[in-house]
Design a protein around this ligand. Sequence first.
Ligand code: UFG
Length: 327
Amino acid sequence: MHILVTGGAGYIGSVVVEELLAAGHAVTVIDNLSKGHADAVPPEVELIRADLREPTRLRQILREARIEAVVHMAADSLVGESVQRPEKYYNNNMVAGLGLLDAMVEVGVLRLVFSSTAAVYGEPERQPIEETAATRPTNPYGETKLALERALAWYGGAHGLRSASLRYFNAAGASARCGEVHDPETHLIPLVLQVAAGRSPHVTVFGDDYPTPDGTCVRDYVHVVDLARAHVLALDGLERGSCTYNLGCGGAGYSVREVLDVAREVTGAAIPVRVGARRAGDPAVLVASSTRIEKELGWHPRPGALAKIIDSAWSWMRAHPHGYAHN
Ligand code: UFG
């Protein structure tokens, strides 16, 4: 199929592009490069620098490239920032997303894989979280992703749009070509590795008074390559209809302190820590049950992943000490 990947120059998007190509699909990327990196897009893939809020352009791209399905990954995705600047998230995630759906329906492209998030669950009562758990987001990021998920259901009923909403837990790690570079960086694992590399003096742990075994937040870290492979499976699964899937590794997850311990083992660096205040909008624990996608689509994240995840991110960082050459 010919797939349009929105946000395909971003951290997760670029790895999804690699996996789509490996599965034999043709890919076109649309990205406004507000966060993405042109160098992250493989040279054989056309990168269109455009914004999703240009409806005429969007329709033209869908028609002229004869797009058959869309993987929609372009979004803002920072929990803390979303609490400070909700308007940015309502605009860039919800308004732009709805514009994309309208263009797709108008042109007759009726297959979509959507990047959603564990943040739709808020503070769930039970762990691991199943897709049937109540969705009560505690921040505008999760709220706007959930709003688009809900729109997908209604567009499906009215217009025959088939969609897979993939609720990512914590994507981390790198492929051989593509790694994580944000400016500013806010994610735990790259920040920890920057300290290991001697580029910053310490990691701040955001709160150690959570109701978790060591008091720090617990997350479900999933290798970005495993996550990307799920998109290829989800695309195939659209033949059977619309669905929602969690993407995490399950188990007990890892606390912030456990991430630091594994990073010390992988890098051999001391990685000094300071304990700071909680970050607004952070739930204590987010761990997935990914049984549904395992059973329905045969997706299996690699077990024992955290050391491998951190090792892949560390290798990428050392091979690309300045990140990507261009924005
Ligand atoms: N953390 C710190 N110090 C830091 C950075 C992070 O202690 O300097 C903690 C956070 O408080 C959190 C954990 O490390 O408990 C992971 O934080 P990240 O910022 O790496 O990731 P988040 O869990 O906040 O969010 C990520 C994605 C979201 C997604 C969510 C789903 O950024 O898009 O995972 O679990 F919704």
